[in-house]
Unconditional design. Structure first.
Length: 96
């Protein structure tokens, strides 16, 4: 759930940043947006969440691997929340 919330926050803050005229800083996201549209970006985000959930489910029989997978997902969720916070801060500073 935290990972999904982090992804939603990242998508929302990216959209706000782009709407305010700020350029996308992440080269992977910038490439997706340059070759597609915002729906392609959403598809990439959805695929990331699905892949990580599959990883956690697939490792559920091996306790140590499962624990490492959960820590990785939690770390990614925290990282994406930080990215969303930085995006939002950038929009606030640009508007102010």
């Amino acid at each position: 759930m935290l990972l999904a919330l982090a992804q939603v926050s990242d998508v929302a803050s990216t959209w706000l940043s782009l709407k305010s005229g700020a350029p996308e800083q992440n080269p992977v996201v910038r490439a997706v947006l340059d070759h597609g549209d915002f729906l392609a970006f959403l598809a990439v985000k959805l695929a990331l969440v699905a892949a990580l959930l599959i990883l956690v489910i697939a490792t559920s029989r091996h306790l140590r691997v499962h624990r490492v997978a959960w820590f990785a997902v939690q770390g990614l969720a925290v990282a994406f929340m930080a990215v969303a916070a930085l995006n939002t801060l950038g929009v606030v500073l640009a508007v102010a």
